[in-house]
Design a protein around this ligand. Sequence first.
Ligand code: SF4
Ligand code: SF4
Length: 252
Amino acid sequence: MPSGSIPMITGVVYAYLAFAVLALLWYSRRFTRRRALVFLAASALLGFLVFAPVFPFMVQEVVLGNLPVLIGLVVFIVLVFLAGRIICGQVCAVGAVQELVYLIPVKKHRRTANRRQVAIRAGVFIVILVAGAGFSVNLLARLGLRAFFNLRVASVPFVIFLAILLVSVFFYRPFCRYICPYGALLAPVSSRAVYRLRRTDACINCGKCERACPTGAADPDARLGECYLCGRCTEACPVEGALVYARGGGKD
Ligand code: SF4
Ligand code: SF4
């Protein structure tokens, strides 16, 4: 139900501001999951009000030939390279609705990132690319992104995305991890991000962060492509300074 009285650019401006504030919170070690909730709620609400920031749909637009959108996507890729996947963590409306429903307290089924997941998302990325560029088919619309945020509840695409969202109650972010074309681009970038979560020598290897992480990104040997900067690991860590958001240094 995008409100005609609120311009879509509001969502874009919000995305830059939210990214800056969240990066500052991480940098100053004041990021908490409670604070992140405010951004998750705002991002989801803006998704419904103005259909932005909905990053995967921006990629779909580019594939369909809307090239000006490309500039915004590239800027955010640079920001992710500098500061990690903050936009996925709390800014993207699609990520936000999945993160919010994952808070529902039911038994969770943890799926760690592996080659099969990466291969599936890469395959989906290619299908979206070929369908859009070759046949002008908007696959993400068919999967219900627009219908969901526009609350077209009587449409098939709405039901499809609703089903994905229901899966998100039990599995962490299925859309982000298996479907999102922007996630496919951001994962390798964030695994090399300048600022990211790192273990320091203060780590006592208690394993609490690893058990708290829904993607396996907190494992010592994991690359951080699937780290959504959700904050579960830092919240679970019992040792001050053992797991820090920092540039270089420490173990990564
Ligand atoms: S992976 Fe895609 S859908 Fe998920 S939060 Fe990131 S940009 Fe949004
Ligand atoms: S719990 Fe996992 S996904 Fe969340 S911030 Fe920590 S490493 Fe990243």
